[in-house]
Design a protein around this ligand. Sequence first.
Ligand SMILES: [Zn+2]
Length: 321
Amino acid sequence: MTHQNEKLQDLNENNSMTSSLLARNGERLKILASGTTKLNNIDLHNVLYVPEITKKVLSVSKLTVDNNALVEFDTNDCYVKDKLTGRILLRGKLRDGLYQLSSVNSQVNKDPCVYMSLKENWHRKLRHLNNKVLEKVLKNCNVKTSSRDQFSFCKACQFGKLHLLPFKSPSSHAKEPLELIHNDVWGPALILSPSNFKYYVLFIDDYIRFTWIFSLKQKSETIHAFIQFKSLVENQFNKKIKALQCDGGCEFKPVQKIAIESKIQFRMSCPYTSQQNGRAERKYKHVTELGLTLLAQTKMSFTTGGKLSLPEFISSTDCLH
Ligand SMILES: [Zn+2]
């Protein structure tokens, strides 16, 4: 609520004559309009214009909801912080029983050294130390920090230490079975199976996401697995494989030859960019974890009791989709 309407925008005077506030002394104060304004970078919506009030009043619940912020109070101060980063957006001082927020022209945020949290300050002083070590150092040096003093995000660290920008999820998906097949080879396994298998190759259909798995003794057998897979699915679906996505492994060289002869588009990931073959990479993780879980379920030891190797064990089960 404010008694000044100069800074209010998008003024709405529709219900001005019917709305009023009941003051502590029983007097009714008319609400003449409502509008929006900004306090530093904080958006304030539905601000009521009441000319007769003497102080501007802020609703904490509206402030936190509208700005994804949190508000902390202590005996002398209050802070409005960004909920995600913990950055202080506004600071208030306790005066006459009320917390008075700094005005629009205050120094808040103009000098980040003054208003940053204690942990963030030490993080910078100690040359951007990681959080775990920072906590240990502060504890050993008896530097007291509040449990509310959360610091988990440093923009400078992101710019300086990140090696790769995040990859976006692919926006294109196959529209029918066999339009795109992802594949990759896993291995060697630590333990040979009784049939001497130590690799496995996955074929994942981008449309139905069904996975076919073949055990291999050598990586060079990938080509045989592909020929077997190709004739199986093309016969079952009565369609031809249109595109094949794999990484740059040399085991795919003979596969590439077959693919070109069969008019299949052969797509290879760029070097050191396994994310481009992410669907197959994620499936590996899933298959490996599934294998370990099945071993745990049957109480078979991976090294001794499990007579089947992980790939063979997984391929012998019928639960991979
Ligand atoms: Zn940092």
